[in-house]
Design a protein around this ligand. Structure first.
Ligand SMILES: [Zn+2]
Length: 418
């Protein structure tokens, strides 16, 4: 995966078949095998360029024999994929799926037909790819990317793991380690297939060199597809700030303390991007198409993030959206929601200001804000003794959300006002 996430190792969690990525910024130290896909790029602290080979190593027809334990691991992936196809969180919207797939295919070219992309409604920044060609893209990722080049950054990185067989190679190494451990400590009878897979779920993070290679190869794929590779470092910078602000101390610490080289990742990405862009035509960022295609979904994506309750992280996401001039009505409204729910000192004033800003933006643009805005404004107006304004706000709320769970309560308040 493109960033480190809390490991999904609960027994029976089929996601454990997908290897989690440990975010890393290790400069590319080793020359890779060379052939047609070879590109030279400078490592961060080296003057000599290093070789990056973006040519896929994979054979799309590869399937381990079902009788082997590797075959068992693949069957787990297949079963996971089957469960995903009927899962409630799978996003079936054709437009959104076609859009994400289109960006992937621009990167993957001939390999596109062998990859199944699943857009999954989940908050948080992530995407992952399994060696059987199953790619999972979270809606939280779609919320955070500001342009198509940033989306291509993550898809290209995952594609690179797939092309370079990182999961398969790691799985084989870990299986051998486990076999040795099994003999030494557990006895051969205890580790059956199921136990091995569950144990592997906890071990299947990518190595730093895997991550560095996926970053470097991903940049080359972006560049070859005509996307501006400089957006990779921009995206990484955003992720870093979000992590630093996250309430999830676990995530924060593991990311910044145990992987101090993460601090270097942005520089390395930027360095490599400059190298790729040193000559040749302008690459594309493609901001307008991404914004246009994602606009209808932003409210539901933001609701999912708000429900997570990681206010520090969400504040960074909203701040970045605001800076980028994206969906101003929604951003102001969700800032109001965030401050109201967080309720730290000074937050209620901030919430009020944000709600009022959202109302202003909605008027200016002549668009409806989320219904919840008018409920919030009604309550604020009541508190401030502005009965007439409260009445108008509540009426607008009921007009937009006549079946809201609290509609009866709001009607009662309206009766009291008049
Ligand atoms: Zn990765």
């Amino acid at each position: 995966m493109w960033m480190k996430m809390k490991r999904l190792i609960a027994a029976g969690t089929a996601l454990s078949v997908l290897s989690a990525c440990v975010a890393s910024t290790q400069p590319q130290q080793n020359a890779l095998p060379t052939d047609g896909g070879q590109v030279s790029m400078p490592a961060l602290d080296q003057l000599e360029p290093v070789e990056v080979n973006s040519t896929p190593e994979l054979d799309v027809n590869y399937r381990p024999k079902v009788t082997t334990d590797e075959g068992g691991w693949w069957m787990k992936m297949d079963r996971y994929e089957e469960s995903l196809q009927t899962h409630a969180s799978l996003v079936r919207d054709e437009d959104l799926n076609a859009y994400v797939r289109g960006v992937l295919c621009r990167l993957a070219k001939d390999y596109c037909k062998d990859i199944r992309v699943y857009v999954v409604r989940k908050p948080g920044f992530n995407a992952s790819m399994a060696p059987n060609g199953l790619m999972e893209v979270r809606t939280g990722l779609l919320l955070r990317v500001e342009n198509e080049a940033q989306l291509a950054t993550v898809l290209g990185h995952e594609l690179a793991h797939y092309y370079k067989l990182h999961s398969i190679k790691n799985w084989r190494t870990q299986r051998n380690t486990l076999d040795a451990m099994a003999f030494l400590t557990l006895g051969t009878g205890i580790i059956g297939l199921g136990a091995t897979i569950i144990a592997l779920g906890g071990l299947s993070s990518y190595s730093r060199s895997n991550e560095a290679e996926a970053d470097a190869v991903g940049l080359v794929l972006m560049d070859q597809a005509g996307y501006d590779p400089a957006e990779a470092a921009m995206l990484w910078g955003k992720v870093k700030r979000e992590y630093a602000a996250s309430k999830d101390a676990d995530m924060r610490n593991s990311f910044f303390a145990s992987h101090p080289e993460a601090q270097q990742r942005e520089k390395t990405l930027d360095n490599h991007a400059r190298w790729l862009k040193r000559n040749g035509p302008e690459r594309e960022i493609a901001q307008a198409p991404l914004r246009q295609r994602l606009a209808p979904y932003l409210q539901s994506f933001l609701e999912d993030e708000l429900a997570q309750g990681d206010f520090g992280a969400l504040e960074v996401v909203l701040h970045d959206m605001e800076e980028a001039g994206r969906a101003p009505v929604l951003v102001a409204y969700f800032k109001g929601e965030l401050y109201r729910k967080r309720g730290d000192e000074g937050d209620l004033e901030k919430a009020r200001d944000s709600y009022l800003a959202a109302e202003e933006y909605a008027k200016e643009r002549d668009v409806d804000a989320p219904s919840g805005l008018y409920r919030a404004l009604g309550l604020i107006s009541l508190k401030e003794g502005e009965q007439e304004r409260a009445r108008m706000n509540f009426e607008q709320y009921l007009q937009l959300a006549p079946d809201a769970h609290d509609a009866a309560f709001i009607r009662q308040m309206l009766e009291q006002i008049s």
